[in-house]
Design a protein around this ligand. Sequence first.
Ligand code: PRP
Ligand code: URA
Length: 235
Amino acid sequence: MTITATQAAGPVDVTVNETVNETVHLLPQTRQLRALHTVIRDRHADLGRFVTTSGRIIRQLIETALDLLPYEPVDVQTPVGETYHGLRPAKPICGVPVVRAGESMEHELRAVSPGVRIGKILIQRDKVTKLPRLYYSALPADIDRHSVLLLDPMLATGGTALAAVEVLLDHGVAEDDIVFVALLSAPEGIAAVHARHPNLRIVTSAIEERLNENAYMIPGIGDFGDRYFGTDVPR
Ligand code: PRP
Ligand code: URA
């Protein structure tokens, strides 16, 4: 299906279906989520509010992504001596934030799942060409046995996401075992990722209208990393 509109610009009283297609999982566009987006998209949001509010959205993204992973049956005994037929993750989970902005998501993953392993991939977009450059990666040696949550709040041109996915595939991770988690996504970025990896799952809280001439999303949020870490202050 074609991904079109920006849900961020849609009417407030409409809850958009959470699944845009089988591979793009858009969070339900509730009024509360829209209110959280309103805080972080405001250019005047101060650092504290930006961090706290984006964290609340990221938490929802992480919970949704965890639900896409495989689970297996497990029975537990309840305190009243009965059996509860439950589920547990079928594979160990590894979170891989793309440094720097992706580290904003690591904390939220650890908060809900303290036992996860964490790998790191450092990729930066060139300030002029906007092309991604891979500087460094540190991943668990057995990452190919894990379900991997690839964490980057911004999916713009898709260049960074594609470079990060290549690193994971080079380490033996199966495409089916990767869920890419992004706070904002551009249609161009989703299309670029799916042109090369049609089945790669993406969880996002907003699909933007498009990219501007500087490869920033619009309506967008500006430079997420600068805003989250407070490095956007003029001298
Ligand atoms: C931003 C963002 C993504 C990337 C997305 O990172 O966090 O990693 O751009 O853009 P793309 O889809 O066009 O590749 P940036 O390189 O600005 O570094 P930062 O994490 O230090 O902000
Ligand atoms: N990176 C960001 O931080 N914001 C964008 O809009 C695009 C890339």
